[in-house]
Structures are given as C-alpha cells and as structure tokens.
Design a protein around this ligand. Structure first.
Ligand SMILES: [Fe+2]
Ligand SMILES: [Fe+2]
Length: 151
C-alpha cells in the first residue's frame, strides 16, 4: 500500500535526479585542465544513469496513480554543484558531487524504509536498486577526491 510519505519521497528524488543531470552535464562541459578529463568522463556517464533513475522514479509515480512534476514545481537546491568561476577548480566540483551523492543516499534509504514499513516491495526494490548506483558514484568520487590535498 502506498503512503503520502512514499509519493513525496519519490517526487523529491525525481526532482533531485533532474537537477543532478543538469549540474553534472554542465560541469562535464565546462571543466578545464589536466586533472579534469577523468572527472568529466565520469560525470558524463553518470548523467545517463541519473536520467535513468529519474525515469524509474517517474514511472513508479505513474504506477501509483501520481504524476511526476514538471519544471514549474522545481526548486533548485544544489548550490555546491554550480559550475566554478575558475574552470580548473575540479576539486570544488568533486566536493559538490560528494555532497549530492550523500544526499541521494539519504533519500533512497528513507524511501526504502518507508516502502518497507508500508509493505510496498516494488517501491522498495526501486529504491534499493538506485541506492546501489549512488553508493558506486560516491565511491568513485571519493577516489577522485584523494588526488586533491586538503588545505
Ligand atoms: Fe541518481
Ligand atoms: Fe549518483
């Protein structure tokens, strides 16, 4: 059985995925310099995965007789993922990705828990599948972060 908590989390996650698509795509385009290439390639791959996540969430909302939102419902929140003024500042983008992936992981854990409580195994399965992808993204960018000393 579905609950408002489940449809709210699905909707929130849908919007967050689309904001992530925009910011990963932008940063994959704008970054410059010798440290940027691998990060850009990884962002480019993740754009496709995040878009697939949005699609799965939107389809689940449809199955629950809800609609995913259009752009007028959109409120941006990823301030740490805005393209850096210095386009060689790869580290700020990596830090922004780590923050976004951490937040995504939190959302999918909450969705999986809510779905489990509501005995909604299909939504739980969607949440757990996406959660695994986000943990892989986080691990990859933690690796990139190691190349940049903390000041
Ligand atoms: Fe995602
Ligand atoms: Fe991700």
């Amino acid at each position: 059985m579905t609950t408002d908590e489940i449809t709210d989390l699905l909707t929130e996650a849908y919007v967050d995925e689309l904001e992530t698509v925009m910011n990963y795509l932008t940063n994959a385009i704008v970054l410059d310099g010798i440290h940027a290439e691998e990060v850009k390639e990884s962002l480019e791959e993740d754009v496709q995965e995040e878009l697939d996540h949005a699609r799965m969430l939107g389809e689940r909302l449809k199955q629950l007789e809800e609609s995913p939102p259009g752009s007028e419902a959109f409120e941006a929140s990823q301030s740490s993922l805005q393209p850096p003024a210095d386009t060689t500042d790869v580290r700020s983008v990596i830090d922004g990705v780590l923050e976004a992936e951490d937040e995504a992981i939190e959302t999918y854990r909450a969705l999986a828990d809510a779905a489990d409580d509501a005995n909604d195994p299909v939504t739980e399965d969607v949440a757990v599948g996406i959660l695994a992808d986000e943990e892989a993204h986080l691990t990859e960018f933690r690796g990139f972060r190691k190349e940049f000393p903390t000041d």
